[in-house]
Design a protein around this ligand. Structure first.
Ligand SMILES: *Cc1c(COP(=O)(O)O)cnc(C)c1O
Length: 366
């Protein structure tokens, strides 16, 4: 702490490895493409590459990051459904050839490159219980899928598979399972219509982790997915795009009490990290992180308020959180903070975002 200053966000790569291996074991035969969006750190990418991971990219910045990290382009797919020509060219220049589309306009952006690309059609399946529902913003209605694949075929652009992303931090995999079943039907329909075979199914991300509320254990969560995948036509290459599940539990935030005030009978503790910093996910991602004092404190716990450092009233991390009495200089730790935290942090009010520290980048024993 003395060395790195406060606030600090550290990522434990041993936990990254553990999460990757646990999910790989829960989804046998499924290629895991790490979605960079929740934690786009080059070291995390390199650690996962060493584990044998693939990667899911969506922006030029992410393309540049994996390229600089030395990841082979054939281990990457580009999954943003809406792209400018410059975005397509940036990914193609690097060597990425798999892209995603969900509407006819997007097909024709690929006609100049049709010899070099294969597209996945993104379908919309809404997960009513996802904390973050992404099927409203992207994806075509499954009813429109065959017509879109046929339009691409007429334009000479190859559609090699289907993809969906039911949302993030979903409660159960019911939506995944239903979506896989519908995709299985569409894959057979494409054959019946004499269209080129759909050989790839990308089941997206959404795998949940514990926050203040525990999530379903991952083996249990993945069971309906495994059952649904077993019902697909043979020979389909199945991939998924986990983000949060891989990096969320690996992140820890250390923040220091800057000062305190008793207001209306309750302690307010002002921390040097908050909603505009590492806790931004509370706003954008609707997450609530477990926060505790680092050192043991004697004395009873009382409901208090944890506030961030900025002069904005929205910058409150927790109201009514039971804490022992704290004082300026005390250190608190937030857990489960590796996903959608620093990725969305700002320097608002000139409070610099947390310094990032990556630990165990080299596996023990190497
Ligand atoms: C953000 C995103 C992911 C990762 O989602 P998680 O819920 O973090 O696993 C995967 N696929 C797409 C298309 C995304 O936009």
């Amino acid at each position: 702490m003395a060395r790195f200053g406060s606030p600090l966000l550290f990522i434990d790569c041993n936990i990254i490895r553990r999460q990757y291996r646990t999910l790989a074991a829960a989804l046998p035969g499924v290629e895991l493409h790490y979605a960079l969006k929740p934690q786009p750190h080059a070291t995390v990418v390199k650690v996962l590459a060493a584990e044998g991971a693939w990667f899911d990219l969506a922006t030029n910045g992410e393309v540049d990051l994996v390229r600089t990290a030395g990841i082979a382009p054939d281990r990457c797919i580009h999954t943003h459904p809406i792209k400018r020509d410059q975005d397509i060219r940036r990914a193609l220049d690097y060597g990425i050839t798999t892209f995603v589309f969900d509407n006819p306009d997007e097909i024709f952006k690929f006609t100049p490159y049709r010899e070099r690309v294969r597209l996945l059609l993104r379908l919309a399946y809404r997960s009513t219980d996802a904390m973050v529902d992404l099927s409203r913003k992207f994806g075509c209605d499954p009813e429109a899928a065959i017509a879109l694949v046929a339009t691409a075929a007429r334009a000479g652009v190859t559609v090699s598979g289907l993809t969906f992303h039911v949302g993030s931090q979903v409660g159960t995999a019911d939506a995944h399972a239903r979506a896989i079943e519908v995709c299985g039907v569409l894959i057979s329909e494409a054959v019946a219509h004499g269209l080129p075979p759909l050989e790839v199914l990308d089941i997206g991300g959404g795998f949940p982790i514990d926050y203040l509320q525990p999530a379903q254990a991952i083996e249990e969560f993945c069971l309906p997915i495994r059952v649904a995948l077993a019902g697909l036509p043979k020979g389909i290459r199945v991939i998924s795009e986990p983000g949060r599940y891989i990096c969320g539990p690996a992140g820890f935030c250390l923040t220091t009490v800057m000062g305190r005030a008793m207001r209306e009978g309750r302690w307010w503790y002002y921390l040097d990290d908050g909603i505009y910093g590492s806790f931004s996910g509370q706003l954008y991602d609707h997450s609530r992180y477990p926060v505790e004092p680092v050192a043991p404190h004697a004395g009873p716990k009382q409901p208090c308020v944890l506030a961030g450092p900025t002069c904005d009233s929205i910058d409150v991390i927790a109201e009514d959180i039971p804490m022992p009495e704290l004082a300026a200089g005390d250190l608190l730790m937030g857990r489960q903070m590796g996903a959608y935290t620093n990725a969305t942090a700002t320097d608002f009010n000139f409070f610099p975002r947390a310094h990032m520290l990556i630990v165990n980048a080299t596996p023990a024993g190497d």
